[in-house]
Ligand binder design. Structure first.
Ligand code: SF4
Length: 352
C-alpha cells in the first residue's frame, strides 16, 4: 500500500489487508506508520498516563497472564479497595511529576453495584485536580457505565487481549462477546474507550493481525490503544512462554498506528524489559503514550526519571492536555499543577 494511503480512517479492514501490512519489509512498514502518525499528531510528543491499582488481587477470572487472578499462586498480596484519601494523594503525586491522565484499576470480574458510589467519588475528586480520569474495573453493565460517565469519567479501559480465535487459549471465564458488550456500554454512556491487547502470549502473527483488526473495525476507533508485551510473572501459566521477536512487537505498534491513525497508541506493560533503543523504535513506529509510574498495577515499570531522560535524549516532549475543561476552577487547578510540575527537576519543559 502506498504511504499516501496510510492515513484513511476505516472500519472495514480485512484480515488479509492487515496481514499484508505486517508482512511488509520493516523499513517500509515504519515509514508508512510515521506518515500516518505525522498526519494527526506531533511526532515528537508523548502522552503521559499514570496507573494506580485501587484494588489488588483475588480476581475470580482466569486470564493466564495475570498475577492478580486468585487461581494462580504468584505471592501477590491482596488488598481491599483503596481509601479515597490515598487515591487522591497518589493522583496529586502523579500530577506533580507531569502526568495528565490518572488511571485507576481494580481486579474485579465486574464492579458490584455497592462499590460504584466509592469509585464514582474517586473519579469526581481526581477530575477536580485537573487531570483526565480513566478506570479499568472489569465488565460494566450499561447502568454502571452511565453512573461512571455522570461522575465525569473520561476513559474506560477494557482490553480485547488477543484475537477472537486465540482468546480461548488465554481466558475461559468470560467471552470475547462479553468484552465487546462492555466496550459498547462504555460508548453508549458517552465515555472514551481505551482498548488494546497483549502480545507475546504464544499467539501467531495472524492473531496479532486479528486483534488489531477487531479494534480497528469497532464502530469508532478506541481513543487509546494500549499494546502490552507479556510480562512473565512467576506462578502464572504463561511464566515460561517463549520470548516474542522484539521486531514483531514493533510491527504490532506500527500496524496499530496505521489502522487507527487518530488514536493514542500506548507502549504499555513490558517496558521495564525493553532497552532504550527498543522504546525509541516503538516511538518511531507511532507509539505516542506511555505509562509513567513505577508500577503497572502489580508489575514494575521504568522509574519516572529514567523515562524523562530517555524522552529528553530523543527530543520528545510530554503532550499537554487538549481537552475541554468544565470550569474556571478546573482550569486554574491545571495551571497550578503545571506550574508546580515545572519546578520539579523531573519535569521536561515542553515549551523549550
Ligand atoms: S486481567 Fe483483570 S479480569 Fe483478568 S484475572 Fe487479571 S484482574 Fe482479573
Amino acid at each position: 500500500m502506498p504511504a499516501s494511503h496510510a492515513t484513511e480512517i476505516r472500519n472495514d479492514w480485512t484480515r488479509e489487508e492487515v496481514l499484508a501490512l505486517f508482512k511488509q519489509p520493516f523499513n517500509d512498514l515504519l515509514f508508512q506508520a510515521q506518515v500516518a502518525h505525522r498526519q494527526h499528531f506531533n511526532a515528537n510528543e508523548v502522552q503521559l498516563s499514570t496507573l494506580l491499582s485501587i484494588k489488588t488481587g483475588a480476581c475470580p477470572e482466569d486470564c493466564k497472564y495475570c498475577p492478580q487472578s486468585a487461581r494462580y499462586d504468584t505471592g501477590l498480596e491482596k488488598e481491599q479497595l483503596m481509601a479515597l484519601e490515598k487515591v487522591i494523594e497518589e493522583a496529586k503525586a502523579a500530577r506533580e511529576s507531569g502526568a495528565t491522565r490518572f488511571c485507576m484499576g481494580a481486579a474485579w470480574r465486574s464492579p458490584k453495584d455497592k462499590d460504584l458510589p466509592a469509585v464514582a467519588e474517586m473519579v469526581r475528586q481526581v477530575k477536580a485536580l485537573g487531570m483526565e480520569t480513566c478506570m479499568t474495573l472489569g465488565m460494566l453493565k450499561e447502568e454502571q457505565a452511565h453512573m461512571l460517565a455522570e461522575a465525569g469519567l473520561d476513559y474506560y479501559n477494557h482490553n480485547l487481549d488477543t484475537s477472537p480465535e486465540y482468546y480461548g487459549e488465554i481466558i475461559t471465564t468470560r467471552t470475547y462477546q462479553d468484552r465487546l458488550n462492555t466496550l459498547d456500554n462504555v460508548r453508549r454512556a458517552g465515555m472514551k474507550v481505551c482498548a488494546g491487547g497483549i502480545v507475546g502470549m504464544g499467539e501467531g502473527e495472524k492473531d496479532r493481525a486479528g486483534l488489531l483488526m477487531q479494534l480497528a473495525n469497532l464502530p469508532q476507533h478506541p481513543e487509546s490503544v494500549p499494546i502490552n508485551m507479556l510480562v512473565k510473572v512467576a506462578g502464572t501459566p504463561l511464566d515460561q512462554q517463549e520470548d516474542l521477536d522484539p521486531f514483531e512487537f514493533i510491527r504490532t505498534i506500527a500496524v496499530a498506528r496505521i489502522l487507527m491513525p487518530k488514536s493514542h497508541v500506548r507502549l504499555s506493560a513490558g517496558r521495564e524489559e525493553m532497552n532504550d533503543q527498543m522504546q525509541a523504535l516503538a516511538f518511531m513506529a507511532g507509539a505516542n503514550s506511555i505509562f509513567y509510574c513505577e508500577k503497572l498495577l502489580t508489575t514494575p515499570n521504568p522509574k519516572a526519571n529514567r523515562d524523562m531522560e530517555l524522552l529528553n535524549r530523543l527530543g520528545i516532549k510530554p503532550e499537554t492536555r487538549h481537552v475541554e475543561r468544565d470550569s474556571e476552577e478546573e482550569e486554574q487547578a491545571l495551571h497550578q499543577a503545571l506550574a508546580e510540575a515545572k519546578s520539579d527537576h523531573l519535569f521536561y519543559n515542553a515549551a523549550n
